[in-house]
Design a protein around this ligand. Structure first.
Ligand code: NDP
Ligand code: MG
Length: 388
């Protein structure tokens, strides 16, 4: 029986909560040795106390100063900024870094963790979408494991166990369809942030919930799957699975399909990714097959939800186009949340930014970061014009 020693980046978020729940249920298998967040130091302090964590990082400088003055971290090492995140991600005591920060700010700390030989349990899909080429190169060069923690990718990872790459016909990624799956275009015109922040099946952080409502999340996951499993866009299909009981499937060249099922709780994927090839203790009640269960599958509607089509386009263009997809989507979602852009225009901002910037083959990480900054500027301009 192996024990993993975890450094959790994004410990105060929704994935952080679920990871800690899994660790609580499996104390002999999972030890938390480092935690990091952005601002929420009171929650970090509670986690540090419960799991007796010696190393804590806060990205935000003001929150770091307040945390230091609060006395809540006495006897622990408190770090700040990107450097602080990197310190936690590369701790000598840790063998595994859980990447569960929202957005792209944990890119360098995660790369540093890979370079220092840590396995990565990846929830933070934006990192692969933005810099998949360099992240996966670093994983190979350092012979570390990239453990998929996103539920769809973990499902595929489980279905692929022992199979040959050449026997895979396609990866089939399931989607709930989001909050507005049955909305008409007319209804979509007046969607408010508080409506988009409700997910029909999952409890998640705000950004991924909004992305689920536009299918941008599924687009990010298609690109993530392409990097994780080395598959081209043509071999990745998306299907709506309304109940979120089937988390993804793999179809093989002989026509057989394997699927992974569980109730919609991230604890299943997290437990598997952190304890495979063994299984951990049950955290959540499994599906009850003594009751009638209905499952609906249907194709996604990329006319009403164009973000998914934009993601495929970015994946086919290749190079930095995926970083443009991610950055422009982040800008558009932020504008929507601020009440400065209608929900229905989020996909237009993304599509127009990709059309304007396209993609080129990045030679290094700096070129990706430059492209990310340029995409954010372009997307802001486009969003401004569309809002007015
Ligand atoms: P949340 O918004 O719930 O949490 C975000 C976490 O990231 C918080 O701990 C936050 O800290 C931290 N954070 C944000 N910015 C920084 C930063 N610059 N430096 C350090 N920490 C930072 O997000 P989720 O947990 O929902 O999502 C996290 C990632 O996992 C995303 O990439 C998402 O797409 C992915 N994911 C999420 C799923 C889910 O079920 N929630 C499912 C699959 C993937 P603080 O609290 O201090 O602000
Ligand atoms: Mg997912």
């Amino acid at each position: 029986m192996n024990t993993r020693h975890l450094a959790i980046l994004g410990a105060t978020g929704s994935i952080g909560d679920n990871t800690l729940e899994v660790a609580r249920a499996n104390p002999d298998r999972l030890k938390v040795v480092g935690i990091a967040g952005k601002k929420n130091y009171e929650k970090l302090a509670k986690i540090a106390d419960e799991f007796d964590v010696k190393h804590v990082a806060l990205y935000d400088a003001k929150a770091y100063r307040e945390a230091k003055d609060s006395g809540l971290f006495s006897g622990r090492n408190l770090y700040s900024g990107e450097e602080g995140l990197t310190t936690v991600a590369t701790l000598a005591e840790a063998d595994t870094t859980v990447a569960a920060v929202v957005g792209t700010s944990a890119l360098r700390p995660t790369l540093a963790a890979i370079e220092s030989g840590k396995d990565i349990a990846l929830a933070n899909k934006e990192l692969l979408v933005m810099a998949g080429k360099f992240v996966m190169e670093a994983v190979r060069r350092n012979s570390v494991k990239m453990l998929p923690l996103d539920s769809e990718h973990n499902a595929i990872f489980q279905c692929l166990n022992g199979e040959r790459h050449k026997d895979v016909a396609k990866l089939i990624i399931t989607a709930s369809g989001g909050m507005f799956r049955d909305f008409t275009r007319e209804q979509m015109l007046s969607i408010k942030p508080e409506q988009a922040l409700k997910h029909p099946n999952w409890e998640m952080g705000p950004k991924v919930t909004i992305d689920s409502s536009t299918l941008a999340n599924k687009g990010l996951e298609v690109i993530e799957a392409s990097w994780l499993f080395d598959m081209p866009a043509e071999k990745i299909q998306v299907v709506v699975q309304k109940e979120s009981l089937v988390h993804s499937m793999v179809q093989f060249v002989d026509g057989s399909v394997l699927a992974h099922m569980s109730p919609p709780s991230m604890t299943f994927a997290i437990a598997h990714s952190l304890m495979c090839p063994e299984r951990g203790k049950k955290v959540y009640e499994p599906i009850d097959f003594t009751k009638a269960i209905c499952m609906n599958f249907y194709p996604p509607d990329t006319v009403r939800f164009p973000c998914l089509a934009h993601a495929y386009k970015a994946l086919k263009i290749g190079g930095t186009a995926a970083a443009v997809f991610n950055a422009s989507n982040e800008v558009a979602v932020a504008k929507f949340m601020e009440g400065k852009l209608p929900w229905i225009k989020i996909s237009e901002v993304v599509g127009k930014t990709i059309d304007k910037l396209g993609g080129s083959d990045p030679r290094n990480l700096e070129e990706i970061l430059e492209c990310d900054a340029r995409a954010r500027m372009e997307a802001s301009k486009i969003a401004g014009a569309l809002a007015g």
